[in-house]
Design a protein around this ligand. Structure first.
Ligand code: DC
Length: 227
């Protein structure tokens, strides 16, 4: 039987990471944060001195980047050129450059090949920007989480305080988020968009638990859109 896939897309800091991780735990599925793969590729490019390099140079370099995925204590982890990319992939340096990398069609195809291969680990909750539109258009359920920019900036700032000291001023966090939204939504290849048949959930005034309950209610009602 082919694995079940739940696609969760949405803009930065829309709550998709926390919701996806907890949803995967509740369902016993493997959680995949596709943004981490874009970030890890970007981190490797920075380490190889290719931050800001021309797209053709980056495309030529893809064959020199090796990802290895594995399960550890029930969680999916991966290395990039044998190194653990966490927590470096959360740094401001990576954040600033990742949208440019994610706009390169060949880089997207390279990431997508890796993401599709993850079905070998079983049922997946995969979060990102184009999971329901491009990576798994045949996903069993598709959700699109959104929230107002100010609320997303607040959420991102709370995360940053735990994971990095790079961004502190809230106005700067909001500006950086909006810049990234703009770039993710306007790129010609696989822009962030509501997938056909996806359920859109506005999370500004909802807790993580509320969002999960809504998703679980839709899943248990069996109103899947694509199969
Ligand atoms: O979800 P995130 O903020 O960690 O994503 C990092 C970047 O990767 C973001 O600029 C958008 C891009 N991305 C993408 O283009 N497609 C995905 N499926 C996931 C992330």
């Amino acid at each position: 039987m082919s694995p079940l896939i739940i696609a969760i897309d949405g803009p930065a800091a829309s709550g998709k990471s926390t919701v996806s991780r907890k949803l995967a735990e509740r369902l016993g599925y493997v959680h995949v944060e596709s943004g981490a793969v874009y970030r890890a590729l970007t981190w490797q490019l920075i380490r190889d001195g290719l931050a800001g390099a021309a797209a053709e140079t980056i495309v030529r370099h893809l064959s020199k980047v090796t990802l290895h995925f594995f399960m550890e204590h029930g969680r999916l982890r991966f290395t990039v050129n044998a190194a653990d990319p966490e927590p470096a992939i959360r740094s401001l340096a990576v954040q600033e450059f990742v949208s440019a990398v994610a706009a390169i069609p060949e880089a997207r195809a390279w990431v997508n090949g890796h993401l599709r291969g993850l079905r070998r680990f079983g049922n997946l909750v995969m979060e990102g920007r184009d999971i329901g539109t491009v990576v798994f258009p045949q996903a069993t359920f598709k959700f699109y989480l959104d929230a107002e920019p100010q609320e997303r900036a607040r959420r991102r700032q709370r995360e940053q305080q735990f994971s990095s000291q790079d961004l502190t001023a809230s106005a700067e966090v909001e500006r950086a988020l909006l810049r990234r939204d703009e770039s993710d939504q306007s790129r010609p290849t696989a822009p962030l968009a509501l997938a056909p048949g996806a359920y859109r959930i506005e999370t500004t005034h909802l807790s993580v638990e509320d969002v999960i309950e809504r998703i679980l209610a839709i899943i248990s009602s069996g109103r899947n859109v694509c199969v």
